[in-house]
Design a protein around this ligand. Sequence first.
Ligand code: PLP
Length: 411
Amino acid sequence: MLTTDFHPTGRHFLQIPGPSPVPDRVLRAMSLPTIDHRGPEFGALGLKVLADIRKIFQTQHPVMIYPASGTGAWEAALVNTLSPGDHVLMYETGHFAFLWNKLATRLGLKTEVIAHPGTDNGIPASWRRGVQADLIEQRLKADTGHAIKAVCIVHNETSTGVTSNIAAVRRAIDAAKHPALLLVDTISGLASADYRHDEWGVDVSISGSQKGLMLPPGISFNALSPRAIEASKSAKLPKAFWAWDEMIETNKSGYWPSTPNTNLLYGLSEACDMILGQGLDAVFARHLRWAEGVRAAVRAWGLPIQCADASVYSPILTGVMMPEGVDADAVRKTIYERFDCSLGTGLGKIKGRMFRIGHLGDSNDLTLVATVAGCEMGLKLAGVKLAGSGVQAIMDYYASHPAAVPQRKAA
Ligand code: PLP
């Protein structure tokens, strides 16, 4: 294979909802020489990234950094807090909630799945909506013996483009006066959508490097609460590599029990400087605005947005549903081959029914206008009848809604 096959001219449009494009600044930081992970400089790097990532999770408590993908951090959250056979309540918002359930079952947990009832446009209604906290409250109230040990929620369902209100889930658990732990997957939410580990009373937040943090895949996180740390002392599921206790101890001086991914930590340090330098509020506002522009385009095309509830639209990605008889993956293939743009495939129960446009991380207005242009050309080539021009709609939206903080200031 020729290198030009991997690197054609111009920039590839990596518009999947993660891995997201890695900024040049982060790539350069990662290219520094690897250092001794037990040596004197490493501790300073470790302490910096551990402090920075707490600010991004909005927590005062320890955050575990694993050299693993998000799936590893899912497992870590469960094995550190639960025992074999424990009853866990999971809410099916989409494919990632489904996969987390599968993983929990394989670990020997007894999972119970709840979901918004019924179907919507031929797919499960709960795949088009966020978590209904009242269903969780009802279920927990019925569990008078407190058999349920944890409630597991996906904050930003990457397979659908729907977010869930985590503060409302916390309120539901409290209203039921139930002691279950709240475990939240914010793998694709963190550093793009507002997320507050401490304020929302989350016990374990799970995230990964390859989405809002703008890093390559390879790092994942568990942010802990004091209750989660307490639970880990009596949890009996087998754990060694994932165990929090040794990590918490060695992290105190900026080191890890085993070899951390040094170069990705250089990248994490740089990405945190970028994100915290801009300020979390500005980062969240930037994503909300981008998302609104992309949705304006989808509406102009006359195609349904996968998320059926406007109050929980994802700031990170938009799911675009295809008309009956159109294979979304065939449209994606055309857009990839003709316009060098990668879009997210439909996952699991919605394979072929929709594609996903990522609008997160190292992006800007023109990247997204061009992405929408690629989609519009691809849709037309696939014979999809469009009601109007999405390109015009996204241009109009960005032009008439300037960002609160301009990209650049001319002298
Ligand atoms: N959870 C969510 C919401 C995700 O988006 C992903 C990956 O995209 C995962 C879990 C799994 O993480 P990974 O593929 O990094 O193991």
